[in-house]
Design a protein around this ligand. Structure first.
Ligand code: PLP
Ligand code: COI
Length: 355
């Protein structure tokens, strides 16, 4: 595949759309950079790597991904440092996770070197789209879809891998109220919860909408068997600060192994904080509210960054958290992570790739 990388064909836009971007009104995920990467899998190998102007793709109405959801994706971000270098945060972890998802969805892996080279070429071409202003970044969306025009059920024998990017600001603009979900389930043991599979998100839309109709931005999912243990949210992992200690449900086959969460916990440990990743019961969370030891709750995710939670609803009751103040861990870690991603603080964990 290394020879393939050398052959990425590049077809540049004649006129960049960059001057038309309204940075003051930038909706998340709706503004797309000039170029995208595409590559096809057929005859048992990845072929035709290309960078082309961002645009529609055409496919047969029988394309299997449209019917059976054989699809997975990733989400990562690029930032710019003060010298104008484009910095990727923990890109190798995202690449590995895409392949974990691909295997679970019965799809071919994308060779890591090809993925990285494709991404670097794309970002090099669209480096003008990587924002340098505070609070902004370039969101990167790699994805893999089954492309056989075939109505029967079997793994596709053809696939498409693509990467496009969007300049973005905040995903959540204020603290989020959440509801602990005890009726619907997102993931079951032996299922696809740990994969970033498109179908996981589709299946979560209806319960999430019911929650939104009641005023909750997100759900906190619980285990499907007993609805007794906290799992994660629909767009982010969950971290609590109780009695000075960070607590988060341990990753397993029902929870996406979030890179932001892992980063938060690694940094917290390096700061000497106590961190526990383990099974956490809903009751434990409620008890922490009742005895006054619950200090903070927040989500951690690439799009969401660090999203403080201001209200947790469970069993007809609201449990309130104060809006994050400047001494809160969530704000401290948000600022530290932002600085880390922008190269303002030293890359002590070796998480940054510079382009
Ligand atoms: N959980 C779910 C369901 C997500 O969609 C995301 C976002 O990617 C996360 C957790 C956080 O993962 P990461 O920090 O790797 O973005
Ligand atoms: C991400 O954080 O990258 C995700 O995939 C979550 C999605 C809601 C944008």
């Amino acid at each position: 595949m290394v020879e393939e990388i050398a052959k990425i064909s590049i077809n540049k836009v004649s006129d960049s759309r960059l001057p038309n971007v309204d940075w003051d009104n930038l909706p998340f995920g709706k503004v797309f950079s000039d170029h995208m990467f595409t590559m096809d899998y057929f005859d048992g190998q990845w072929q035709n790597p290309e960078i082309v102007p961002y645009g529609d793709i055409s496919m047969s109405p029988a394309t299997s991904v449209l019917h059976y959801g054989q699809s997975c994706f990733e989400g990562m971000k690029a930032h710019k440092d003060n010298e104008g270098n484009v910095l990727l945060f923990r890109v190798n972890d995202n690449i590995k996770r895409l392949n974990i998802s691909a295997t679970r969805m019965c799809m071919p892996e994308v060779p890591e070197d090809v993925f990285l080279e494709a991404l670097k070429s794309l970002l090099n071409l669209d480096r003008g789209w990587v924002p340098s202003m505070d609070g902004y970044s370039l969101y990167i969306r790699p994805f893999l879809i089954a492309t056989d025009p075939y109505v029967g059920i079997r793994p596709s024998v053809t696939y498409k891998f693509m990467i496009f990017t969007c300049p973005v600001g905040a995903y959540y603009s204020s603290a989020v109220p959440v509801k602990i979900e005890t009726e619907y389930s997102r993931a079951v043991r032996g299922g696809t919860g740990y994969a970033k599979a498109a179908g996981n998100y589709a299946a979560a839309l209806y319960p999430a909408k019911l929650g939104q109709d009641q005023g909750f931005t997100q759900l906190i999912w619980t285990d499907a068997k007993e609805h007794k243990y906290i799992e994660e949210s629909g767009t982010m992992n969950i971290i609590f600060k109780i009695d000075g200690k960070l607590l988060s449900p341990m990753s397993g086959d029902t929870i996406l192994d979030g890179i932001t969460k892992r980063s938060v916990l690694d940094i917290a440990r390096s700061w000497g904080m106590q961190v526990e990743e383990r099974k956490i019961t809903v009751q434990e969370i409620i008890t922490a509210f009742e005895n006054g030891s619950m200090e903070e709750a927040f989500g951690a995710g690439t799009a969401a960054t660090i999203a403080p939670i201001n209200r947790i609803h469970f069993n007809g009751q609201d449990y309130l958290l104060p809006n994050a103040g400047e001494n809160d861990f969530s704000l401290k870690i948000l600022n530290h992570l932002n600085n880390y991603k922008k190269g303002v603080v030293a890359d002590e964990f070796g998480w940054i790739n510079s382009i």
